[in-house]
Design a protein around this ligand. Structure first.
Ligand SMILES: *Cc1c(COP(=O)(O)O)cnc(C)c1O
Length: 392
């Protein structure tokens, strides 16, 4: 008999009822060190007191009105995001996939609005991930996402991540945009090189294309900068954001330059919940905390510390781990054992990490993780490696 919850998830036999900073706690009191943060969502830790206060204060005033009316905190959060980024305008959503849908629709609309509706083709990359809607599975293109859900939405072409020549070859007079994750997340923590991002920007400029970045996982401070593309000096025309932006409250945003958003006039797009008062109250507080002086310096410092310790771990366990890669607090351990074996052995050490593509274990802790917790996480990973070595 089918489970009451649609069985689309492979679930670990763990159930948490409470959170405190970098820790998740089961009913019986067992505490797990959370190096996954709900897949890069709880960027400010679990039950962050400032976020709890912002949410509960808003909950007592007003939960929901509608985008039929002005939502003051939505206006304030949009202004804040515009101030801190390349963008001139923001559309709020409830999830990453919806942010990407807005980005893809905006790119197509921009050309149709400019009198070139035939320019609808979007170039995307193999091993990318953009969400689970019909549009975003077509954007990523992998058979494991699209199988059985056809007909697949048309208009996407896929080329290898990092291959500028292939991108250049794929551009024709129907092309509208290129969509890229500055750091592939689900794909296994694969950062784009600066020269690749610069090359994409140049191809977009030369051919009049829009550059869309999916910073749903790597954005909001995760990389050690507010957005990962800042490391390369390259800016997008349109950017999808989610995960960390709500710190655990379901929220997303699509940011754009004015020139890219020309077609998005009244009535062209919408959302019932997007940017509602609860989400924006939390989003404003998340922005305050992530943009506070010194916060991102600390993320970069802790990244260095975690990375250095992980290099030591890899050196100590060359039969279990091959390599550390990534940036900021978005690090991947390339495994020599099946990555799920490492993740499961972690559960036994009360350590949570997340599998990713290319046999990687992802470490995406709260950005507020302490030095002691970093040491503790690596100690537990060392135990994981010892267990796996013993079971060889
Ligand atoms: C998680 C993720 C998405 C999808 O976000 P949802 O909130 O699950 O819809 C899209 N792109 C990237 C890069 C992601 O990491």
């Amino acid at each position: 008999m089918i489970s009451a919850v649609l069985p689309t998830y492979t679930r670990a036999p763990l159930a948490f009822v409470r959170g405190e900073g970098s820790w998740l706690i089961e009913e019986d009191g067992r505490r797990f060190l959370d190096m996954g943060a709900g897949i890069a969502v709880a960027a400010l830790g679990h039950a962050n007191p400032d976020l709890v206060a912002a949410l509960t204060a808003q909950a007592q005033e007003l939960w929901h009105t509608s985008n039929l009316y002005t939502i003051p905190k939505q206006e304030a959060l949009a202004a804040r995001l515009v101030d801190e980024t390349f963008a001139d305008t923001v559309f709020f959503t409830n999830s990453g996939a919806e942010s990407m849908e807005c980005a893809l629709k905006m790119a197509r609309k921009s050309f149709s609005h400019a009198g070139a509706p035939e320019r609808s083709k979007i170039i995307a990359f193999t091993d990318s991930f953009h969400g689970r809607t019909l549009g975003t599975i077509a954007a990523a293109g992998a058979a494991k996402l699209t199988d059985g859900f056809g007909p697949v939405l048309g208009g996407f072409v896929h080329v290898p991540f990092g291959d500028l020549a292939a991108v250049s070859q794929a551009i024709d007079d129907k092309t509208a945009a290129i969509v890229v994750e500055p750091v592939q997340g689900e794909g296994g923590i694969v950062p784009a090189t600066d020269s690749f991002l610069r090359g994409l920007r140049q191809l977009c400029d030369e051919n009049g294309l829009l550059l869309i970045m999916d910073e749903i996982q790597c954005g909001m401070g995760r990389s050690g900068r507010l957005f990962a593309h800042e490391w390369s000096g390259v800016t997008p025309d349109i950017m999808a954001v989610a995960k960390g932006i709500g710190g655990g409250f379901p929220m997303g945003a699509c940011l754009a330059r004015e020139a890219a958003a020309q077609g998005m006039v009244a009535g062209s797009h919408g959302s019932t919940y997007g940017g509602n008062p609860l989400a924006c109250a939390v989003g404003l507080k998340v922005m305050d905390l992530v943009c506070a002086p010194g916060f991102l310096d600390e993320v970069r410092r802790k990244s260095g510390l975690l990375r250095q310790k992980l290099e030591g771990l890899v050196a100590a366990h060359p039969d279990v781990f091959a390599e550390v890669r990534g940036l900021g607090l978005m690090l991947g351990l390339v495994c020599k054992r099946p990555n799920m074996d490492v993740v499961k052995a972690g559960y036994a050490q009360q350590l949570l990490c997340v599998p990713g593509g290319q046999n990687v274990v992802r470490l995406l802790p709260p950005l507020t993780i302490t030095d002691e917790e970093i040491s503790e996480a690596v100690r537990r990973l060392d135990q994981v490696a010892c267990t796996l070595e013993a079971s060889k």
